[in-house]
Design a protein around this ligand. Sequence first.
Ligand SMILES: [Fe+2]
Ligand SMILES: [Fe+2]
Length: 228
Amino acid sequence: MKNNPEFQKAVSTVLDSKNLQLTKTFTQHGNVSVFAHSMAVAAYSKMLADKLKLKYDSESLVRGAMLHDFFLYDWHETSNIGDGLHGFAHPYTASKNAIREFKLSPRELDIIRKHMWPLTFTKLPKYRESWLVCAVDKYCSVLETFKLNKYNDFSFVNPKLIKKLQQERELNLRLEEGKGKLKEYIHRTNEEAAEKQKEARKKISELRKNNNQPKNISRYEQYKARKG
Ligand SMILES: [Fe+2]
Ligand SMILES: [Fe+2]
């Protein structure tokens, strides 16, 4: 996945988050951080979907998986942070934190909220992407618990490619902003020109009106005209 532009592009949209970077300091299982776990779930979910040749929303799958454990505390030290017991409540806490920072698609939200099924029995995954993350999350958790994982914080991130993609996105944003401003300027100029045209027409019609009216000649001028 390190050289997969689609995967890295989706990762690049959330990677700059300070809170996501903070997940590198929280342990998930064994010696794996929440960050490494989430990246692995995202990468394996995409690999599996590609292998099965599924039709799926790649960006939602990767972003949803990246944020599925965005609960932002060490669950080994804090088992209950207010939303309930960690196992049952952390999908909800993660979704609350994610909504605060990112604009999530319905698929991304579903992935985060339903990934603990069947533990959270009533929260049945709705989308194909949610089912994938739900299954791969369990697979990764088993690997990590038995220290069979071969991944760490750096395994699935390609900083060079991500920087390039972020620069491209920045450039596109500026281009769109420029286009918007140009449109607005043309619109304003057209409106100003129309206003000026309207004023000019008004002036012309007023002048015409005045020219057609008989001139008011004073008595003195009439007397002067008669005298020659
Ligand atoms: Fe989880
Ligand atoms: Fe997880």
